[in-house]
Design a protein around this ligand. Structure first.
Ligand code: NAG
Ligand code: NAG
Ligand code: NAG
Ligand code: NAG
Length: 282
């Protein structure tokens, strides 16, 4: 297993260094954007991958790196002034593993030893040092200490915040109320029907809510939504923004085959350009 992982990445590394067209505008691959834990390392260390940043947390250590450069799934990331006058820099690759029973990717350190023992532990460079994948990343051979770890998505813990747990008036034209109760969100329509959604996935302020067996028993539907509190507004308490295109219920909901998995960063197709917002008020 060890060899196959390292050899695969070696190949990816060589192949992508020869191919320069993806160098500018560092962004993480959509499928990587999630919270990840390391196999066999318990609940403590995790990484959270966002569009342009990567957060590494290990007990009291928390580093929020910005993406500096990527070539395919090889990322050079940096935290400026992590220590006075010194930047923390890390080069890491993510390689998809198809055949592992628990892991989905392996994280591969492409750099010699850092300031700690974890594979995500950065090296320190004088503040502002120019770094690039070509000059800073190293494919460190299998003779070195462990350079990769399997990672898996943190099990989705989707909960609405307590402040939202209420029966809301809702500006959506056909709504009577929107009730958030525990992990359920129920849309009560003017015609008296209600649609119950459960909180299915969450990444900070983004939620996927899902209604199982709606509109028909063999289908589910989902909506991606963010709730942003509005301060000092006499009428409205929250902006309710939809982040997906849809086909039913005034195009608010997307339908999928029953039980099909929904991935927030992949299936919420309007993430970067929210639909016309609605509002919640009391
Ligand atoms: C990286 O190195 C390769 C081979 O040395 C070179 O052809 C390429 O131009 C370099 N790319 C960048 C972005 O510096
Ligand atoms: C919100 O809805 C409740 C119940 O339908 C109603 O009594 C209340 O007046 C509404 N609030 C506002 C600000 O319209
Ligand atoms: C949410 O509100 C309901 C009442 O509307 C209450 O029974 C329930 O305990 C609340 N849940 C949380 C998590 O606050
Ligand atoms: C949430 O919805 C499910 C499915 O309709 C239901 O079984 C469950 O009791 C609901 N939970 C709450 C807190 O209303």
């Amino acid at each position: 297993m060890r060899w196959s992982v390292l050899l695969t990445l070696g190949f990816v590394c060589n192949a992508s260094l020869a191919n320069e067209d993806s160098v500018s505008g560092c962004q993480t691959q959509v499928l990587l954007r999630d919270k990840w834990r390391f196999l066999h390392q318990g609940r403590r260390p995790y990484i959270r991958i966002r569009r342009k940043s990567l957060i590494f947390r290990n007990g009291p250590i928390r580093v929020r790196f910005s993406c500096v450069q990527n070539i395919g799934n090889i990322y050079l990331i940096r935290k400026s002034n992590y220590k006075p006058g010194q930047d923390a820099v890390l080069c890491v690759g993510f390689s998809y593993v198809a055949d592992h029973p628990y892991a989905e990717y392996s994280a591969i350190r492409l750099m010699t030893e850092g300031i700690g023992s974890h594979i995500m532990s950065p090296q320190l460079f004088p503040h502002g040092t120019e770094v690039s994948i070509n000059t800073t990343c190293d494919f460190v051979g299998p003779e070195e200490r462990q350079q990769y770890a399997f990672i898996h998505r943190a099990t989705p813990g989707c909960k609405f915040p307590k402040k939202l747990n209420k029966s809301w008036n809702f500006t959506y034209l056909h709504a009577r109320r929107l009730v958030i109760d525990g992990n359920n969100m129920t849309l009560i329509l003017l015609n008296g029907r209600s649609i119950v959604f459960s909180c299915y996935a969450r990444d900070s302020n983004y939620y996927v809510v899902r209604s199982s067996g709606y509109p028909t028993a063999d289908k589910d539907s989902y909506m991606c939504v963010s709730f942003v509190p509005i301060r000092d507004n006499p009428f409205y308490s929250y902006v309710f923004s939809r982040l997906n295109s849809g086909s039913i219920l005034d195009r608010m909901l997307k339908t999928i085959p029953k039980g099909q998995r929904v991935h927030l960063h992949q299936d919420c197709d309007w993430m970067d350009s929210p639909a016309r917002p609605e509002f919640l008020y009391e």
